[in-house]
Write a protein that binds this ligand. Structure first.
Ligand code: FNR
Length: 372
């Protein structure tokens, strides 16, 4: 269909499902086990309702914000997801170009199918890119990678901590998951870990990707190690409960991303929106110490605005960007950014807010009606 017929992120996903190869579709879409966390990530948002304030002037509405001091036109960022070339020959560059044109921040995956250099080359000079790190079990290899990203101009390190082993994604494991050269692009660790090793034996694309990662990271050892080798801000990606959010703040990191990896890792990990609510209720002080982000299941501007009301600084999307670039390349990515922008501004105005600072916890409430 022409892009003008795409009205929502769900419309975009429908098109992607028609154009993607089976292998790409199951890798992109799958969650762990019975995909309960995957499904509930989205459903969690639907339990939160607005308490809108009316009779407030909202003709001027500015949805922009900053992440770690870097400007973003809307409170949304790209959550790093691997292997964009599985869906489109230009891969991650589709997202980078669209993000550059719209002042959005892209977090680039450790397992991007384009090299970190190539992605930087697709960016405009003023553009902000963050780097998502899967820490290699060999500290020296990991250190080299972090230093390289720093030199290339990446502005923050998002250390992923929820994927020390691959989730059990059965649809992915059943599919013909060996990647050809074009599909794997420059994913760095592939040859070393394939096809030997415990995870690779399990099959699935994910197994091969994380086989060399550090499974023994700790707050005491890993954060100081990372702090020592880079001055870049550090964000922990994959916090799933209040206790770990507190430990992260005590470890002195700059941000946390509440995430269950889009329901692809620990099945029955709570939806991030529920973790955000608990953090707001139990430890509101954490929001003053670092920036709190969430990702997983975000499909609508209202989802974004609800999370901001509870104190999220910004909200990440993973699959939506992969689907959009698979369906229409860069134009598809521009389209979903435009849709999100329109939906966010509309929700902000209707709830009675003219900028992100106006969004307050008392503007949302979670309902527990029987039907939910
Ligand atoms: C991911 N995600 C992910 N996270 C990460 O830290 N490093 C990675 O390489 C990847 N790769 C990846 C591939 C694919 C296909 C998906 C769908 C996801 C997780 C990602 O960053 C993010 O947490 C989730 O995608 C958010 O959920 P939604 O927006 O996809 O529902």
């Amino acid at each position: 269909p022409p892009l003008s017929r795409i009205l929502s992120l769900m419309d975009m996903e429908d098109v992607a499902r028609q154009v993607l190869s089976y292998k790409a579709l199951v890798y992109y879409s799958s969650g762990s086990d019975d995909e309960v966390s995957y499904t509930e990530n989205s459903r969690a948002f639907s339990r939160f309702f607005f308490r809108a304030r009316v009779m407030r002037p909202v003709s001027e509405c500015d949805p922009s914000t900053t992440l770690l001091g870097y400007h973003s036109s809307i409170p949304v960022f790209v959550s790093g997801s691997a292997l964009a070339k599985l869906g489109h020959p230009q891969g991650e560059a589709n997202i980078t170009r669209a993000a550059g044109k719209t002042s959005l921040i892209q977090m680039v995956s450790s397992n991007a199918s384009l090299s970190a250099q190539n992605i930087m080359d697709a960016a405009i000079p003023s553009q902000t890119l963050f780097f998502q790190l899967y820490k290699h079990r060999n500290d020296e290899i990991a250190e080299k990678r972090v230093r390289e990203m720093d030199q290339l101009g990446y502005k923050a390190i998002f250390l992923t901590v929820d994927a020390i082993v691959a989730g059990n994604r059965e649809r992915d494991i059943r599919s013909p998951w060996i990647l050809d050269d074009q599909e794997k692009g420059s994913v760095p660790v592939w040859d070393e870990n394939n096809p030997t090793g415990e995870e690779a034996d399990m099959g699935g694309i994910a197994g091969g990707l994380v086989a060399n990662d550090d499974r023994d990271m700790t707050w005491e050892k890993t954060i100081p190690w990372l702090r020592k080798i880079t001055k870049l801000p550090i964000v922990i990606k994959g916090i799933q409960c209040v206790e770990d959010a507190v430990l992260a703040s005590e470890a002195g990191v700059d941000g946390i991303l509440l995430s269950n990896h889009g329901g692809r890792q620990l099945e029955y990990s709570l939806p991030p929106m529920e973790v955000l609510l608990r953090l707001r209720q139990q430890r509101p002080d954490v929001f003053d110490k670092l920036e709190v982000y969430i990702d997983g299941g975000v499909r609508r501007g209202t989802d974004v605005v609800k999370a901001l009301c509870l104190g999220a600084r910004a909200v990440g999307l993973g699959r939506a960007f992969l689907y959009a670039q698979s369906a229409y390349g860069e134009a598809g990515v521009l389209k979903i950014i435009e849709i999100l922008r329109r939906e966010i501004i509309s929700a902000m105005r209707l709830v009675g807010a003219t900028n992100v600072k106006d969004l307050k916890p008392e503007m949302v409430e979670r309902v527990d009606w029987q039907s939910f």
